[in-house]
Design a protein around this ligand. Structure first.
Ligand code: RI2
Length: 322
């Protein structure tokens, strides 16, 4: 009889629950889904107490596939899973494989959390007292910069977009209110209207392509255009594991489209009307002033170097293998 905390394939229910929560967006944010995936694989490795090496590999592979397929756009998820399983094919005993996966996962989670902290410190140097920041959606990395500036005693205020359809802007203003940072919530279509009062735009990233294009919450590219028109700097806050080795190998980023019912109840629509719900878009490098990463402030045109130097040739080879 199989234990109650694993499914018929030996995948832990904890991992299945995490993959489902990522899919349903109960767990969301490119950084958090990455850390949660690493944690899920860690648990999968820890749970298996048998000594059949092939069986542990199989369980990890099942888990890997279900995590990666939970959301298609954010490369952070793929990078986290690859980093957690890196080197596993060389393990010759279950104990070695288990220990490797656990230590890889711990290292990824620690580095990822530290990266957000460092980005906060680096990015906050770009904010001066009295500045108004506009942010889109709910990015821990972008909010980390605002909070770090506030903690340094700078007087910062924030315009937060509502970010339909999931309305993550409400999370953003709650988070800012908890840190006692004044904020103003606007609907997404009020971005251009607000830009005259904004000094800098700070957004997060789901994926950064090798050509420097940013894939982020739907509407980000319109925010960038409005910022450019008003000569307001548009700055991206992104950990290096948001950069995509897959794009080096020519893959295009798949833009997730979700259920139309997230936008509108079909009963409200006349017959025959189609609804589309793409939840990310692409902002070309030419509209981006800089990217704040944990290794420093870079130009979007340095994306390829970040992928090669920080994620390594190995990740590019793995990307090629699919
Ligand atoms: P952090 C989010 O995606 C938003 O697009 C946000 O800008 C990005 O992840 C990065 O978030 P979603 O999961 O990693 O809400 O900076 O679809 O928290």
């Amino acid at each position: 009889m199989r234990p109650s905390h694993v499914d018929k394939d030996g995948v832990t229910l904890g991992l299945i629950e995490i993959a489902d929560s990522i899919k349903s967006m109960e767990i969301r944010g490119a950084g958090l889904i990455a850390r949660s995936a690493a944690e899920a694989l860690r648990e999968q490795a820890q749970e298996y107490q048998g000594d059949d090496l092939a069986e542990l590999h199989r369980r990890l592979e099942e888990g890997r596939r279900s995590l990666i397929s939970s959301r298609p756009t954010a490369i952070s998820l793929w990078n986290a899973v690859q980093a957690t399983l890196r080197g596993s094919s060389k393990a010759t005993e279950t104990e070695e494989l288990r220990a490797l996966v656990i230590s890889n996962a711990d290292r990824f989670i620690e580095r990822s959390s530290k990266a957000v902290e460092i980005i906060g410190r680096i990015g906050s140097k770009r904010l001066k007292s009295g500045m108004a920041v506009l942010t889109h959606c709910n990015s821990k990395a972008a909010l980390g910069v605002i909070k770090a500036a506030h903690a340094d005693g700078k007087d910062i205020s924030v315009y937060a977009t509502e970010s339909r359809p999931w309305r993550q802007g409400l999370l953003t203003v709650s988070d800012l209110a908890a840190a006692q940072i004044p904020s103003t919530l606007i609907i997404d279509s009020a971005v251009r209207w607000s830009m005259k009062e904004v000094d800098v735009v700070l957004v997060g990233a789901d994926t950064i392509c090798s050509n420097g294009a940013l894939i982020n919450k739907i509407g980000t590219s319109q925010v960038a255009l409005a910022a450019e028109e008003a000569r307001v700097p548009f700055i991206v806050c992104a950990e290096t594991y948001k950069f995509s080795p897959k794009t080096v190998m020519g893959e295009l980023v798949e833009i997730e489209e979700r259920d139309a019912r997230e936008i509108v109840d079909p009963r409200e629509l006349p017959a025959g009307v189609k609804v589309r719900n793409p939840i990310f878009d692409s902002t070309p490098a030419e509209h981006i002033d800089s990217i704040v990463t944990e290794i420093g402030v870079i130009s979007p045109y340095a994306a390829y170097e970040v992928i090669v130097n920080e994620l390594g040739q190995e990740s590019i080879f793995e990307a090629n293998e699919g």
